[in-house]
Design a binder for this molecule. Sequence first.
Ligand SMILES: [Zn+2]
Length: 74
Amino acid sequence: MSVAKQLQKCPFCLEPIVAGATRCKHCQADLSEAGQKKKTRLAKYQTFRVGFLSGLLFSLILALLLYAHFVLDQ
Ligand SMILES: [Zn+2]
């Protein structure tokens, strides 16, 4: 299995750099804090999305059960 280096763009000079690098090799910008902030924000968004989707699914099942209940009642 080969480990391919994932590249991302430096937010300051837009040159390709290795993902997870803490310093840009082109403009020497410090990327450690910016990368961590971005990761945290992404994780928060994903947690929110999972919660939202499971809530939506639960509501859908509940609505379906209520609908089936009323249809069978008649
Ligand atoms: Zn750079």
